[in-house]
Design a protein around this ligand. Sequence first.
Ligand code: AP5
Ligand code: MG
Ligand code: ZN
Length: 225
Amino acid sequence: MATRAKALYIVLLGGPGAGKGTQAELLSKALGIPQVSTGDLFRENLKDETELGLLAKGYMERGELVPDSITIAMVRERLARPDCEAGAILDGFPRTVAQAEALEALLTELGSRLKVVPYIKVSEEVLLSRLAGRWTCRNCGAMYHQLFSPPRQPGVCDKCGGELYQRADDTPETQRHRIQVYFEQTAPLIDYYREKGLLVEVDGQRSISEVQAELLRIIADDRRR
Ligand code: AP5
Ligand code: MG
Ligand code: ZN
């Protein structure tokens, strides 16, 4: 396997609705490395009715985490592909300490390491308002918000003309549960990465472009180290 010593692996931390997907997509374009979103990977598998998709279905519908073993195996397979040789923006992974440890071991195996972990910080109230207004393009995955970044025409994607839909796990009850699961199982990763000296806090309650500019600044700083 080619050496990945110079590859740029970045983990975006943040609660459901913090803007991980929105920012990961922009970073991926700006940096020319893929966005690896475990939520998107599970949703694609669900759509294609694969064995993995069927395994993940119930957990996702309830707003619970898919078991670590399944998630880690999926990420291992994804990161091994050649398009991740120059790095990847990890969005929604890791979400437990066990996943973080597995990621560290995997990157070591690949001859690399994590470069930086931006934590997109957003209050619980704002998380809920973001999730409640989110619309996603069924065709290209572009994300909109009915108040904060509405499409030009309701229900239609600006980029590709595709149909916009609301995610099945974006019911008020599941949203609240996802936020609770985040605080219980994922928020401990904030201290985990802080102790490793990788965490950089980003105020996520600003405009999408302001958050993006700061993320790019943090990544550029880190590259100079
Ligand atoms: P996943 O798809 O990862 O969902 P999530 O963590 O709940 O996060 P979201 O995708 O809801 O939020 P986001 O931070 O990406 O925000 P977005 O950019 O969309 O996971 C879904 C499920 O899959 C999990 O519940 C679990 O079952 C399973 N799963 C996934 N990964 C797993 C793992 N590692 N282990 C186990 N299970 C796993 O933004 C939200 C909205 O806000 C959008 O409308 C956007 O337009 C808007 N917005 C974004 N930024 C701003 C801003 N700065 N200002 C105003 N509006 C903004
Ligand atoms: Mg997302
Ligand atoms: Zn689209």
